[in-house]
Design a protein around this ligand. Structure first.
Ligand code: ADP
Ligand code: MG
Length: 312
């Protein structure tokens, strides 16, 4: 009996030891796996974060006229990574468009500089930037196809090659059936898609967008936001996107940079931790609402300030 009990307790001890060994080995394996996965992800992060595409250094801008001067930008420093989608958000008149024009080299800043790092060592004729505005800025006398092929013509790309590339980009934005149409035959949303197609056809290092959907109705805007994301997700081009809409910034961007009221300075940055591809349902997620409210909290003071400074 005693011997039986001893054998029994010995067996139980053995099974306990076995279980302890098994669970500790399992946790060791799990911990190691976790460390390996974390390390490889960190490696990925590092390689993504390591490549800076746009470097904005100490940029300031003052507009001078005969009677007054307007200080639009005050010491802006920002690095945008290769393939990153950054939204610039701020109250009306805070200098968002001015900053984008400085990056596009359309405006020489009063102080500071912008560097766009090229992805290729060789001069390949690709423009550094392409800018999409709220206004469509299409040539009314050119067909949709010829509008999209225009930047390639300017670069001296042979006509046949340029048209093939333009057709390919038009297909990607779903406008191939309208290739022979003229801008006045299209809706506002379609014209804006032509504007985006033209910018993509230019194969710029960086895509700059200044409230591109600002003039469109809410439904068209939503459709075009989805379309832009679909195209962007397949190309992963570096995008600097100006908007005054928190919702648009959260929906589209990897990172949101909030500017202060004029003169625009960087007030805060937010990482948008939503998975990609983005979808409409995410707009109902708690994390989406929480981030939007957090940004509104910071933006509200700047909007108030901008309104006060605009009063006569
Ligand atoms: P946002 O795009 O954020 O609305 P802008 O960059 O267009 O702001 O303008 C910033 C400030 O600079 C505004 O007060 C605007 O009136 C002023 N501004 C913009 N362009 C000019 C210009 N060409 N001459 C004088 N002032 C300008
Ligand atoms: Mg603007």
């Amino acid at each position: 009996m005693n011997t039986d009990r001893k054998i029994c307790s010995h067996n139980r001890l053995e099974s306990l030891l076995w279980r302890a060994w098994f669970s500790s080995s399992l946790s060791l394996v799990l911990v190691s796996l976790h460390v390996i996965i974390r390390a490889s992800l960190a490696g990925d992060d590092k390689s993504m974060a390591g490549v800076t595409k746009i470097e904005i250094r100490d940029v300031e801008h003052v507009y001078h006229s005969d009677f007054s001067s307007v200080s639009a930008l005050g010491n802006v420093n920002l690095a945008v990574h290769d393939g990153e989608f950054v939204a610039l958000l701020g109250p009306s008149g805070c200098g968002k468009s001015s900053l984008l024009r400085v990056v596009a080299e359309l405006l020489r800043p009063t102080a500071g500089s912008v560097v766009i790092h090229s992805s290729s060592e060789k001069e390949n004729g690709r423009p550094k930037t392409a800018l999409v505005f709220q206004e469509y800025a299409l040539f009314p006398w050119r067909t949709v196809l010829d509008n999209v092929a225009f930047p390639l013509e300017m670069r001296g790309v042979p006509r046949h090659e340029g048209l093939t590339r333009a057709r390919d980009v038009l297909a990607r934005v779903g406008l191939q059936p309208f290739a022979r149409a003229y801008p006045h035959q299209l809706s506002g949303g379609m014209r804006q898609r032509v504007g985006i197609a033209r910018a993509l056809a230019a194969e710029p290092e960086v895509l700059l967008m200044d409230e591109p959907f600002g003039a469109l109705d809410a439904q068209t805007r939503t459709v075009l936001q989805e379309e832009l994301l679909r195209v962007w997700e397949s190309e992963r081009k570096t995008v600097l996107y100006v908007t005054h809409s928190i919702d648009e910034a959260v929906y589209l961007a990897d990172r949101i940079v909030l500017l202060t009221a004029r003169p625009g300075r960087i007030k805060a940055e937010y990482l948008v931790d939503l998975p990609r591809p983005r979808s409409m349902e995410m707009r109902g997620w708690n994390s989406y609402t929480k981030l939007s409210l957090e940004i509104w909290d910071a933006l509200r003071d700047e909007v108030d300030m901008a309104m006060v400074s605009e009063k006569p």
